[in-house]
Design a protein. Structure first.
Length: 94
């Protein structure tokens, strides 16, 4: 299964940090939920680091494993995936 690196930037003021926690709004959960909404698959993402409550990030790196060729664009990048997930995420980060 292909592994993809993603680079993430966010304003964390309305989040309880990066890592999924029960009963708290987290960045990781928001991204994973957006992926599920877009492609219909439960996908876990794995961050190379974490942030605390209210902390912003620019250039945070994570990876995910995804076996859906239809999400790749003509350059074998996740162009369609990126646009679809970003569209869904824009509603989570408001």
């Amino acid at each position: 299964m292909p592994r993809y690196k993603i680079t993430i930037e966010y304003d964390g003021k309305n989040f309880n940090g990066w890592q999924i926690q029960n009963n708290f709004r987290t960045v990781q959960a928001a991204i994973e939920n957006s992926i599920h909404k877009f492609c219909g698959k439960k996908i876990s993402i794995y961050g190379a680091g974490r942030t605390d409550t209210g902390v912003h990030a620019s250039g945070q790196v994570a990876h995910l494993d995804l076996d859906m060729d239809s999400l790749e664009d003509k350059d074998n990048k996740l162009g369609k995936f990126t646009m679809g997930v970003n569209y869904s995420l824009s509603r989570n980060f408001e």
